[in-house]
Design a protein around this ligand. Structure first.
Ligand code: AMP
Ligand code: MG
Length: 588
């Protein structure tokens, strides 16, 4: 059913006039663009249509005899071809579409041609269905319940139509794997990340580690409090403990001194007080502590100066278990251990806990122009940046890194390295060599060793990204440009590694700030400008870019404290607009 001269998927929409074909397409196209799909449309018009304007130069020249008129300007061009003798067949028209600049061809009309179509039908139009007579119908968008095994979509729910079209595109991709690696679909950042996360499993291997080396591990078992923290009700102040049913007594007899680590063994009677230090357990029946500064103690006769502060029953006392209650779950499995978590685990008395085993990452750079730092500079070469920025990022996440260095630009070297990496690491990351125009041997080797997709992600910086599995080992082929490497890592690799480490439901922090600069982007693309945010004199969060945004300018990343994310549905952000920022402080 596929038209053989088309390397990208093609879908038609077939309906009787009046069904609302164009209206539906007008709603569908922006949703496709949002999903990162570049759409080419082919539309049949019945009349002697003309897109040119009578009197314009192009019109006059065409009328003067140009059988093909190609008019071009900064923003678009159009080829007008005179076809006086015959309608062109769909297959000829498809050849005129630049298939390298589109991911999907949508066709309106051409109902007698054989290609996959979605039929549109509305009960109110009162027309028969086309699917019984047109075997090219692959789904029906309608508002009734025709008796068919074809997929039925809700014509009034654009999401249902969108989901079907995207699924069709994916299965086209799966069927044409080789062709696909040359012209893969443009993916949105969100869909790319979803695909990656869906392909990864949570870890199973666990082991027990000492507190000393626990930071950045992820708990494999929940932490249940074996004791109360604090273990006993104790004083929050240096002062005097009394009973709250005994606030009116004027002068109290001091019956003891209680220091942290000791206790007063007798129940406290009315008229009595004890001097007590911060953290010391309050005696039985005592439940209120008055701070030292309010007390006068004359040979054990103690009075309190209430002009310095009223005494409230229960004040300045910490209840046993008020921080962590015995038997309660303090941390679920999947918690990453940072300083407060570490401190709390220690406060419960644990010296060892069960964690997921560290993720080992094999890392290498590709490219004949890339040379190792520490070697004398060679002509036309650049020092390897990416291996080190990536190592820094991975170590920050607590990964063990296996550094495979710079791989020579040849098939055998790459293949050997990958085989070693598969045998020794949980994840493999490379940089360089995955963009269009890069040496094909990388793709050949990767394809021979596993199941790798070469994506173009609709983002900037970034775009080329290879992801898949070599055997069971996830592989990320990141772009070559140093900024693109870091931004792609933050969007795709970090969430993936956190999942492989067992961290549950991690999301980067996102906040809103007012942009002080116009931020250029494009509909369909997610733009990540390196930014610096601060709080202005009015207490508002504002952000500006860090200057030159070339994807080779790593300084832009160093000077940034956030990424400014302009989402695919926005053309550009103007000065004063709210923009989403993703703080980087704890991540790079
Ligand atoms: P590629 O994706 O291999 O075409 O690389 C894109 C750009 O990134 C080229 O200018 C490369 O020279 C540069 N590049 C590739 N790998 C590295 C690396 N490891 N360190 C610094 N720059 C790199
Ligand atoms: Mg290269």
């Amino acid at each position: 059913m596929n038209l053989s001269n088309c390397s990208i998927p093609i879908i038609g929409f077939a309906a009787y006039s009046g069904t609302g074909k164009t209206t539906l397409l007008e709603a569908l196209l922006p949703r496709l663009v949002d999903s990162g799909v570049r759409v080419a449309m082919i539309k049949h018009a019945h009349h002697n249509f003309d897109v040119d304007i009578p009197g314009k130069d192009s019109y006059r020249l065409r009328k003067a005899g140009a059988s093909q008129m190609l008019i071009s300007s900064r923003y678009r061009n159009a080829l007008m071809t005179e076809t006086p003798d015959d309608d062109e067949a769909l297959r000829q028209l498809i050849q005129k579409v630049n298939q390298n600049q589109a991911d999907l061809i949508v066709v309106e009309g051409f109902k007698h041609e054989s290609f996959p179509k979605i039929e549109l039908n509305r009960a109110t139009i009162n027309k028969p269905f086309l699917y019984p007579t047109d075997e090219n119908i692959i789904a029906i968008a309608c508002d009734s319940f025709p008796d068919t095994s074809l997929p039925i979509l809700d014509i009034n729910n654009i999401e249902s139509v969108l989901a079907f079209v995207l699924k069709q595109m994916e299965s086209h991709q799966a069927q044409t794997a080789t062709c696909d690696s040359l012209s893969p679909t443009m993916l949105s950042v969100k869909r790319g990340r979803e695909k990656i996360l869906a392909a990864l499993e949570s870890p199973k291997q666990t082991h027990v580690v000492d507190l000393d080396v626990l930071t950045n591990h992820v708990l494999a078992s929940p932490i249940i409090a074996p004791v109360n923290v604090p273990s006993s009700t104790n004083s929050a102040m240096d002062g005097y403990a009394i009973r709250s049913d005994d606030l009116e007594t004027g002068t109290y007899v001091k019956v003891g001194d209680v220091f942290a680590g000791s206790r007063f063994e007798h129940p406290l009677q009315k008229g009595q007080c004890v001097r007590i230090m911060t953290g010391a357990p309050v005696p039985e029946h005592a439940d209120t502590v008055i701070m030292r500064e309010q007390a006068s103690d004359v040979n054990g006769a103690v009075q309190f100066d209430t002009s310095k502060g009223k005494i409230r029953a229960g004040q300045n006392v910490r209840q046993a278990g008020e921080d962590l209650r015995k038997g309660s779950q303090v941390f679920p499995a999947g918690t990453r251990i940072n300083a407060p978590v570490l401190g709390m685990i220690a406060s419960l008395g644990f010296d060892r806990v069960n964690v997921y085993t560290n993720v080992t990452v094999a890392l290498f750079s590709t490219g004949d122009e890339v040379q190792a730092p520490g070697t004398p500079p060679k002509q036309n070469c650049i020092y390897d940046t990416n291996r080190f920025s990536l190592k820094g990022l991975l170590q920050k996440l607590g990964c063990d890194v296996l550094d495979f260095g710079i791989i020579e630009d040849n098939e055998a070297a790459l293949s050997d390295t990958l085989k070693q990496a598969i045998a020794s690491a949980d994840v493999i990351i490379s940089s360089g060599g995955v963009s269009v125009g890069d040496a094909d041997y990388i793709k050949t080797v990767l394809t021979a060793l596993g199941d790798i997709n070469f994506w173009r992600v609709n983002m900037r910086p970034g775009r080329p990204l290879a992801f898949g599995k070599l055997g069971n080992t996830p592989f990320f082929g990141l772009p070559g440009n140093p900024v693109a490497v870091m931004v792609t890592y933050l969007q795709f690799v970090e969430p993936a590694i956190r999942k492989l480490q067992g961290e549950e439901g991690w999301q980067p922090q996102r906040i809103v700030a007012i942009t002080q600069e116009r931020i250029r982007s494009r509909v369909g693309r997610t733009e990540y400008t390196r930014g610096s945010y601060n709080i202005n004199a009015n207490g508002q969060l504002e952000v500006r870019s860090t200057g030159s945004q070339g994807s080779g300018i790593l300084r832009s990343m160093h000077e940034a404290n956030c990424l400014i994310e302009v989402s695919p549905d926005v053309e550009c952000a103007e000065v004063g607009d709210n923009v989403t920022i993703i703080p980087l402080a704890s991540r790079i």
